[in-house]
Design a protein. Sequence first.
Length: 350
Amino acid sequence: MRSFRRPRTRRRAAGAAASLALVALASAGCSGQGAAAQPGAAADASKPGAAPAPAASSGVLFGGDAQLTGLPDLGRSPAIVRTYDTLDNAKAFPSAEETRALSAGATLLASLGTGRDRDWASVAAGKSDTAALGFLRAVDSAATTHHLKTVYVSFSHEPNAKENERKGSPAQFVAAWRHMRRLATDARLDARNGGHLSWVWILTANGFHQSGTPERYWPGAENVDVVGVDGYVSGGCSKQASGNYVNPSKTAPKPGTVFDSALTWSAAHAPGKPVFVPEWGSVPFTGSDVRASYVRAMTGYVAAHQQIGAVLYWNDHAHHDSCDYSLGGDPAAQRALAAMGRDAHFQAHP
């Protein structure tokens, strides 16, 4: 039996449990276009969602979390960096790691979480508007300062994850998402109406494997620019009390096992919109080349599915459990990821 999970960053708590199977999933989306790194031409501001946002260079945006840049064998700078903020620390944007990424020429995929004491209903009711609008203005200003066409933002990513149940119902999430998007639109911060913000709706990949789950959390195509899916090869790591889990299998799953359902859903419900993989990764295997083979398979998979517009490797250790996705001690996997970064299909720039 297979089940799915995702890791957490330093700003997030540990994810839900995984089974002994190989795959863990998060969120992504799909496009009927070629693999454009950003959504397409600007729309009339009076019709939110009538057309995608301004296009970037062709190909796939290659990147990862802030820890990715520390890999000695990567051989290039990321084009897109995944960062995490909340309404509690929204005034601190940009953080030191966000500033470093922007100064190096990358765009961001910046999540804005609710923080400790807020739920989706209170956000939808406007009780966090000052913090939220301050954050959105700061992100838009950073794009101007660093000459970026688009910075990607996501509100309360992975709302279908178990640890987010306390924030409210799917309907309350949808209301909160729409409210946040309306704040940006009214302030003319959206890429669709003269600003720089494009919105990435992110579910865990297991959500796309569950009938009806994406629909319950879907804010509507007019409120989303990019569909996102986070997916991991985790094995039984979350069943380990401590230490670093190593998968005993001799082969890794195929990427399609993780991501096909998200691409199929996106094609049906969000045609014409790009799909991003905001987080992906693999635990180590006993076979020294198995994880590297999975990275190589991902390279081919993304190149073969042109609706995918960005892939971001999550190079970190999931906190509070033994899921270790970092590649620091795996030169073979680092070389495979570096080869992905050199591939002609992964040369989009912000």
